[in-house]
Design a protein around this ligand. Structure first.
Ligand code: XLS
Ligand code: NI
Ligand code: NI
Length: 437
């Protein structure tokens, strides 16, 4: 395949840190073994159809700035086919094993629902052929339930049951498409599931509606034998003022309340974490501690901008903290690291797509090496273990086992008096991290 990215004639090679070639990896060496697994096994990167191939550079102040060769066709289906070919050419040259899509990225919406379904079926067949030809796999599929005007007031949480039914029917086909392409996961991001004003909103009803939609999805997956992992992707705002899947803790609570915990994990996105006022590592930790960290959308926001800028992840600190969480939980299982990231409006070239992904992959590869070293040296974990050591002694154990009471605590204090204040050593620990970077 060499039709759309002719400026990159072959695969992107690994050349090591001495290389100054912008079209080579300096850290990502797929075969390199890190703690018993290859880098490629640790870092199951995925390219996002919507940003990389459908992204136009458009922003609220201006239209498309990217002129992509795969868009230069007259019919929607011809554009879709060319885009699909471009996807597999790009992913293969980059040396990534996975991609992700929304149903409406892969195939255009038709005049009627059944025409949309036919378009999707035709494109799934084409994608399947390309998957077989290249060995590239589908990390996850999802349904776009936010782009079309019918979803203006939400999909699953819509006040009109007619729209709910449309969304359910659309998800049915998106899950079937993901299944047909052996997708390893299926993602729910609640695009317009939220509200703009409480004056017209019944939050309680909308939550119950959403739960029913998820239960239907679970039932349908079981019926067709789709065993991929269901993932919910939290986001606090944008497009609505208040998105219901605000953050990891909110989603975990929702899953428990509506008896859905067994069927879902979370897909944590870096820029969504920061929009919620959390760090990426915080959200990953909340999900991981609950045994629910399934996958990641990797990108970053801009400290000075309050929206989802979806920039490529090049901040080494952020990625190191993220990889510490991932390694400590023993990897992401069927999940991966999906580049939910777009080049800036001014980065108009197709070669910019390569620079962007190479930079992100190298940053995560470097972070993997650093995090692995931090964990194996044990300086941080030893400090944390020491900090909590009293909890593994007699009284601590009794409390955690539920065998303590306020009276016992009072007796403890009467016997031991005032506790000795210990240092949290934050600056020392930050220095330790810097000594690895
Ligand atoms: C938008 C979301 C979206 C999901 C997939 O902010 O990140 O791209 O990942 O629907
Ligand atoms: Ni995302
Ligand atoms: Ni996002």
């Amino acid at each position: 395949m060499n039709r759309f990215f002719t400026e990159v004639p072959t695969n992107i090679p690994y050349e090591g840190t001495a290389s100054r070639d912008p079209l080579a990896f300096r850290y990502f060496n797929p075969e390199q073994v890190v703690n018993g697994k290859t880098m490629e096994e640790h870092l199951r990167f995925s390219v996002a159809y919507w940003h990389t191939f459908k992204g136009s550079g458009q922003d609220p102040f201006g239209g498309a700035s990217f002129d992509r060769p795969w868009n230069r066709f007259s019919s929607d289906m011809d554009i879709a086919k060319a885009t699909c070919e471009a996807t597999f050419e790009f992913v293969t040259k980059l040396g990534v094993r996975y991609y992700c899509f929304h149903d409406r990225d892969l195939a255009p919406e038709g005049q009627t629902f059944s025409e949309s379904c036919k378009n999707l079926e035709a494109m799934v067949a084409l994608a399947k052929t390309f998957q077989e030809q290249t060995g590239v796999k589908l990390l996850w599929g999802t349904a776009n339930l936010f782009g079309h005007p019918r979803y203006t007031h939400g999909a699953g949480t819509n006040p009109d049951v007619h729209v709910f039914a449309y969304a359910a029917a659309q998800i049915k086909h998106a899950i079937a498409a993901t299944h047909e392409l052996n997708g390893e996961n299926y993602v729910f991001w609640g695009g317009r599931e939220g509200y703009d004003t409480l004056l017209n909103t019944d939050m309680n009803k909308e939550a119950r509606q959403m739960a029913r939609l998820f239960h239907m999805a679970v039932d349908y997956a079981a019926k067709i034998g789709f065993t991929g992992q269901f993932l919910i992707e939290p986001k606090p705002k944008e497009p609505t003022k208040h998105q219901y899947d605000y953050d990891a803790a909110t989603v975990l609570n929702f899953l428990q309340t509506y008896d859905l915990s067994d069927h879902f994990k979370l897909n944590i996105e870096a820029n969504h974490a920061t929009l919620a006022g959390h760090s990426f590592a915080h959200e990953l930790t909340v999900a991981s501690d609950a045994g629910k960290l399934g996958s990641m959308d990797i990108n970053r926001g801009d400290l000075l901008l309050g929206w989802d800028t979806d920039q490529f992840p090049t901040d080494l600190y952020d990625t190191v903290y993220a990889m510490l969480v991932v390694l400590r939980q023993g990897g992401l299982g069927s999940g991966g690291l999906n580049f939910d990231a777009k080049p800036k409006r001014g980065s108009i070239g197709t070669e910019d797509l390569f620079y962007a992904h190479i930079g992100g992959m190298d940053t995560f590869a470097r972070a993997l090496l650093i995090a692995d070293q931090i964990i194996s040296d044990g300086l941080i974990s030893d400090f944390v273990a020491k900090r909590y050591h009293s909890w593994s002694e007699k009284t601590g154990k009794e409390i955690l086992a539920g065998n303590a009471s306020f009276e016992k605590m009072e007796a403890y204090i009467n016997k031991h008096g005032e506790p000795v204040l210990q240092s949290g050593r934050q600056e020392y620990l930050e220095n330790v991290i810097n000594s690895y970077i």
